[in-house]
Design a protein around this ligand. Structure first.
Ligand SMILES: *Cc1c(COP(=O)(O)O)cnc(C)c1O
Length: 470
């Protein structure tokens, strides 16, 4: 085991390794060229019986692990939504790992709890969310949505499921046909059943059609079912579509149904006033999630979950039957705000990033990404053989190459799938593909912390070069 004196020395070495890695990250392919099992076969079958030198452990890390990583912090990482880091958030995580605390209750870590409370207020206010909301940090949007779904279920059934395991009625969850699968997974995990997740069709902008939502809800009520939750998305994963919050919120109000809003990725952009119009109607929501760990440069994991009524949330998740008696206690115990008991100290990296960058610095960064995406959009729009396949918002683009006019959909799909493979095989970029109403599209997200104009220019060059020769 390392001793005190070794730790200081190794910590300096590790800090240098991190700095070197980030400075030289563009020497790596974004995605390593590996087959499943390649890495595992280089790891010994049994744990070592005796102590090994720490230098050897670090060497193996450099030789085996680093080249076997998908480089999420590479500026060419444009496939999924990013999980951006920043130097500030890395430093905060280093300190947190030194403290190694568990933020379950106020008294297990008073400063961690109170910083979390304050940071959720900061995030809420810089993003223009309702002033009276209260929040809690979760690991991921998936868990936040599951938490919302369980809270909604208990609200709809007056705690019958929690107490008796059954409400004697079929519960229904609504979302659009573009919704992230975490909604369906949440409904399955909350015992609502996959069959009772109703996917409402979307309009030409891939936004949920509120008129069809209302019709469906009326039909379900007439059939004796109980509408439990509507999940509206601000910024869908496929094409960054925005559901009409106000119209959906009014329907939820009328039929007394919980409204959960998933803004996992695009939520960060609400630090820019010009995008706040998407939040119109947000005061009608019961819960809301966005991931600072995606686009805010506050690294994974850090998901901000807000509720309108924190008392209800605590009634659902507090395990202490005496809880309601101590309502007056000034202390927050975040273990009562969700599923896990043990919780990481996640608030420090928010504090470091927001203080070091300031609201203005963050706004500049996010605007910068959107400007880069705009220039990419303009370049593709002017190319006769490329098509833009979904309304363009912020920094997600769905595009496809059309080599000849009049090609059938299946041919185009196969062609673009193949083209995507060629683009990714180059190694400097990683893009993803998705399907929009049966049409295969190449999806580009220009939002990595350190992406610059030169990267976008090389990507355009690569796309044009590879599409011309295929
Ligand atoms: C990324 C994303 C999720 C899932 O996020 P996790 O934090 O990985 O669970 C859910 N919904 C939307 C819209 C997303 O973009």
């Amino acid at each position: 085991m390392l001793q005190k004196k070794d730790f200081r020395k190794q910590a300096h070495i590790v800090a240098d390794m991190i700095a070197d890695h980030l400075e030289n990250i563009e020497q790596f392919r974004v995605k390593p060229d590996l087959q499943p099992g390649d890495i595992r076969s280089r790891l010994p079958e049994y744990a070592p019986g005796n102590t090994e030198a720490f230098a050897d452990i670090l060497k193996a890390y450099n030789d085996i692990i680093v080249p076997g990583i998908t480089q999420w912090q590479h500026p060419g990482f444009m496939a999924l939504f990013p999980s951006n880091a920043s130097y500030e958030s890395i430093l905060a995580e280093m300190l947190v790992s030194g403290l190694a605390v568990n933020t379950m209750n106020w008294d297990t870590s008073p400063a961690a709890t109170e910083l979390e409370e304050r940071m959720l207020e900061w995030l809420r206010d810089i993003c223009g969310l309702p002033k009276h909301w209260k929040g809690v940090l979760q690991d991921t949007a998936s868990i936040a949505t599951l938490t919302a779904c369980i809270a909604a279920r208990e609200k709809a059934t007056h705690f019958a499921i929690q107490q008796k395991g059954s409400a004697g009625k079929t519960l229904v969850v609504y979302c659009s046909d573009q919704t992230h699968y975490s909604i369906e997974k949440a409904a399955m995990s909350a015992g609502i059943g996959k069959e009772n997740v109703i996917k409402i069709p979307t309009d030409e902008k891939f936004a949920l059609r509120a008129d069809l939502l209302e019709q469906q809800m009326q039909k379900d009520i007439a059939d004796g079912k109980l509408p439990c939750m509507v999940a509206a998305t601000l910024g869908t994963t496929n094409s960054l579509a925005f559901d009409p919050l106000k119209a959906i919120g009014d329907i939820c109000n009328t039929y007394r149904c919980w409204l959960h809003v998933d803004a996992a990725y695009a939520g960060t952009a609400f630090i820019l006033e010009e995008y706040r119009h998407y939040l119109d109607g947000i005061e009608l929501a019961d819960s809301y999630v966005f991931n600072p760990h995606k686009w805010m440069m506050i690294q994974f994991d850090c998901s901000a979950f807000y509720v309108k009524d924190p008392m209800h949330l605590q009634k659902v998740f507090s395990y202490d039957p005496e809880y309601l008696k101590k309502q007056n206690s000034a202390a927050i115990n975040y273990k009562d705000w969700g599923i896990p008991l043990g919780r990481r100290f996640r608030a420090l990296k928010i504090w470091f990033v927001l203080r070091s960058m300031g609201i203005a610095g963050l706004q500049e960064k996010i605007r910068g990404h959107i400007t880069l995406a705009q220039s990419f959009f303009n370049a593709i729009k002017n190319e006769p053989k490329w098509e833009i396949m979904a309304p363009f918002a912020m920094n997600v683009l769905c595009i496809r190459h059309v080599p000849e006019a009049g090609m059938r959909s299946e041919q185009l799909n196969a062609h673009n799938k193949e083209l995507l493979q060629k683009i990714n095989a180059d190694g400097r970029f990683d893009l993803s593909g998705t399907t929009l109403r049966g049409e295969y599209v190449i999806r580009v997200v220009i939002g990595q912390s350190y992406v610059e104009e030169k990267h976008v220019e090389s990507l355009i060059e690569l796309l044009l070069e590879l599409s011309a020769s295929s």
